[in-house]
Ligand binder design. Structure first.
Ligand code: ATP
Ligand code: MG
Length: 606
């Protein structure tokens, strides 16, 4: 391709809309343009990158016998109602774009395809003899993200590879899951990415085991916690660890302590010399659901610990399965008492809460107050305390030396704390968690039978009886991956694409397009590289050499051949954009030979 025909528009300065390096570079180097928040046009250079990534994905999917398909993006609400996800995906913070058609039927724009593919499986798969099967597609997904940002990293319209597998039993699902794990590692490696696999939360998709693949980069939105011995790595949303030991509280019976204005753990500890590990942090929250009135949730953590919102949401969802989708969990505030709970704000002594708080009456739909029991949960770190300091449920008072069982029964123990860097690992307490930031580029799940049971996707097993299909699902953010590659591979001058996914492999720059000798040699090299099957650009623009060099660095083509003054002697300059071999002057033939060899191809004769 000739750069003069490429519609290449590069920008000298960083666009105001971009915050992170990869986003700035893709805009500056003419790879994409933003149409609206989270909505981008993929320009021809980027489209080539996406096609190369997709080609690698297709090869590796074929290697695990996955079949390519293309499923509808417009999806009927009824299907999503049957799986129980319509409300959660459309109300509250739901991310599904949805609309009503001219027949007054509700539809959603596919954020993911479990429902559609399970419906197909219900129709097509009848016998264990047809199993296992795996379908995948590479397609635009739509998600009305709350905070679209960082360009392709969190778009509202983006390209995903999603695969879905169906099995007669769990062991078969586990084998495909393991094969996908290996395929994903090969995909990321072939794309030139440093990616790590981490234990992940299964989120709204549901299911049991799940693993994310993270491209490590400072700009990543996810926090990874990993042990130095390489045996444990998890997304912080899911990570577990051993908290620091607590400092025992002096012995003695439970007593009341005046704590005027000391409503925070910090103030309490400073005023009375307690260690935060001796205190109980009692949080009162309100969970809202699609199909039930809100419910108060009382969470106890050890005073030095932080709540993990994802773990809490999972715990609440699991215990309120009749309430429909969980829409949000917010701190319960005085104003909720008037709206969601009955009347008296004074009845809840915020800042001085103890685990023995009585159930506040909740306002029923018709404004009658009914006492709905608080959902009471305690993190293991707090459950293990023999005695502790906690709020007295009276303003300006705490209890010292309180005990579970005496003060109130021990609530249900659930892991709710956020693991932190520096904490000891469960598998080996001599190992301490280290933190790194990551960009999630892939996620694989063992879904089990959640969708097949809800949508009645059943088959006849070998014994002749009818049962629900076992399912797995496997996603890769193709457009996010392309930008993650830039985040990992760039320098001050621009992008440094890994060869496998670079839009073009070589760029020939004619230093002076006025010089007939240079033009002739460049054209000859261009033809030979094309014939060798190499993706080559010829910068034939009537620009100054410096401008063309800057653009070549910015767009990040792995190899640059400069045809300049030495063209008369048949010599060119070969530049390795990755910096590996630097700049070298070689004869045109030698340069070509080296290029095609490094790319594992055959040299073409002039
Ligand atoms: P995240 O936690 O980043 O929101 P997710 O858990 O919602 O992602 P999945 O539903 O697992 O994502 O989707 C599969 C893959 O699609 C992700 O691993 C990610 O690479 C990509 N992806 C998800 N959301 C977006 C988005 N808004 N923009 C670009 N890529 C995305
Ligand atoms: Mg995910």
């Amino acid at each position: 391709m000739r750069v003069s025909r490429l519609m290449l528009v590069t920008l000298r300065d960083d666009p105001a809309e971009a915050e992170i390096a990869s986003h700035k570079l893709l805009l500056r180097a003419g790879y994409m343009r933003r149409l609206a928040p989270g909505i981008f046009a993929y320009l021809p250079l980027l489209w080539r990158v996406l096609q190369k990534v997709s080609a690698i994905v297709r090869e590796e999917m074929a290697a695990v016998d996955a079949l390519e398909t293309l499923l509808p993006q417009l999806q009927p609400a009824d299907l999503w109602r049957r799986s129980g996800r319509w409300d959660g995906y459309t109300a509250g913070e739901g991310i599904m774009f949805h609309l009503v058609d001219r027949q007054e039927r509700s539809l959603g724009l596919g954020p993911t395809h479990e429902e559609v593919v399970t419906e197909l499986a219900a129709d097509l798969l009848r016998s264990y003899r047809q199993l296992p099967v795996c379908l995948y597609q590479i397609q635009t997904k739509f998600r009305d993200e709350i905070r679209p940002r960082f360009g392709l990293m969190r778009g509202r319209e983006f390209i995903m590879k999603d695969a879905y597998s169906f099995h007669a039993d769990e062991a078969c699902l586990q084998r495909t899951y393991a094969a996908m794990d290996r395929a994903y590692r090969r995909i990321f490696e072939r794309c030139g990415l440093r990616a790590v696999a981490v234990e992940a939360d299964s989120g709204a998709i549901g299911g049991s085991a799940s693993q994310e693949f993270m491209v490590t980069a400072e700009a990543g939105e996810d926090l990874i916690l990993a042990s130095p011995d390489g045996r444990y790595a998890a997304n912080q949303e899911r990570a577990v660890s051993l908290p620091a030991a607590s400092v025992p509280l002096e012995a003695g019976p439970c007593r009341s302590l005046a704590t005027p204005g000391q409503s925070s753990i910090e103030d309490l500890c400073t005023a009375h010399g307690f260690d935060p590990t001796q205190t109980l942090k009692v949080l009162l929250l309100l969970a809202r659901f699609a199909a039930a009135p809100p419910r108060g949730v009382l969470v106890c953590l050890r005073g030095d610990q932080q709540l993990n919102d994802v773990k809490l949401a999972n715990a609440v969802t699991a215990r309120c399965s009749d309430a429909g989708a969980l829409l949000e969990i917010v701190p319960l505030q005085a104003e909720h008492l008037a709206t969601d709970l009955s009347g008296d704000a004074g009845s809840v002594p915020f800042g001085f809460l103890g685990p023995h708080l009585e159930d506040p009456p909740l306002r029923n739909g018709d404004a009658r107050a009914v006492a709905v029991p608080l959902l009471r949960l305690v993190d293991a770190s707090a459950a293990e305390l023999e005695t502790f300091v906690c709020g007295a449920n009276r303003i300006d008072a705490h209890l010292v030396g309180a005990r579970w069982g005496e003060l109130c029964p021990l609530p249900e123990v659930v892991d709710l704390r956020a693991a932190q860097p520096g904490e000891r690992c469960l598998h080996d307490p001599s190992q301490r968690l280290e933190a790194a930031r990551g960009i999630e580029v892939g996620h694989i799940f063992q879904l089990g039978r959640k969708y097949s049971e809800a949508l009645e996707a059943r088959f006849t097993n070998e014994a002749g009886s009818d049962e629900a299909l076992w399912m797995g699902c496997y996603g890769i953010g193709v457009s996010r991956l392309a930008q993650a590659a830039v985040e990992q591979h760039h320098d001050a001058d621009g992008i440094r694409w890994p060869v496998a996914i670079a839009p073009y492999t070589v760029i020939i720059v004619i230093a002076s397009s006025q010089d007939a000798v240079q033009v002739a040699l460049a054209e000859q090299l261009y033809g030979r590289l094309l014939r060798a099957g190499i993706d080559v650009l010829l910068d034939d623009r009537p620009e100054r050499a410096g401008v063309k060099f800057k653009d070549a660095d910015l767009i990040g083509i792995p190899w640059r051949l400069v045809v300049g003054r030495a063209a008369g002697d048949g010599k060119v300059e070969l530049v390795d954009r990755s910096g590996g071999t630097g700049k070298r002057e070689l004869t045109a033939d030698a340069a070509l030979e080296e290029l095609v060899q490094s790319l594992g191809l055959q040299v073409a004769s002039p």
